[in-house]
Design a protein around this ligand. Structure first.
Ligand SMILES: [Zn+2]
Length: 117
């Protein structure tokens, strides 16, 4: 009887250790993903600053006009994110803002320069 209980306790301990290991790997994966996202965000920020510098140097556009354009694009994105699209690969619904199907991992082709950094 004691051996049976002791054996069950050991097996629970092993299951707990496996779960902890799995959780540790998930944390490592998420940390690596976060580092990639932060690196991409930094690149996008640099490209955006370079583009705005060039635009200001070569046109008469102002910061206020840039702010207005940013607001317009944000509004358009918010509106399009609420419209469900159909995944061309599996046919299930996907949100435009995700640009990726949650079911089959289909990714919409990237179209602009900022999405390629
Ligand atoms: Zn899909």
């Amino acid at each position: 009887m004691f051996d049976l209980l002791f054996g069950a306790g050991r097996s629970q301990h092993a299951a707990g250790a496996e779960e902890a290991q799995r959780a540790g790997r998930n944390v490592e994966h998420l940390e690596a993903e976060l580092a990639r996202v932060e690196e991409r965000l930094e690149k996008i920020s640099i490209v955006t600053q370079a583009l705005w510098t060039l635009v200001k140097q070569n046109t008469s556009l102002t910061d206020e006009q840039l702010s207005t354009a940013v607001c317009e694009i944000e509004t358009q994105k918010q509106q399009s994110a609420q419209v469900p699209l159909k995944c061309p690969q599996c046919g299930r619904a996907m949100l435009a803002r995700d640009r990726r199907c949650l079911y089959c991992d289909y990714r919409e082709p990237e179209g602009d320069v900022l999405s390629q950094v």
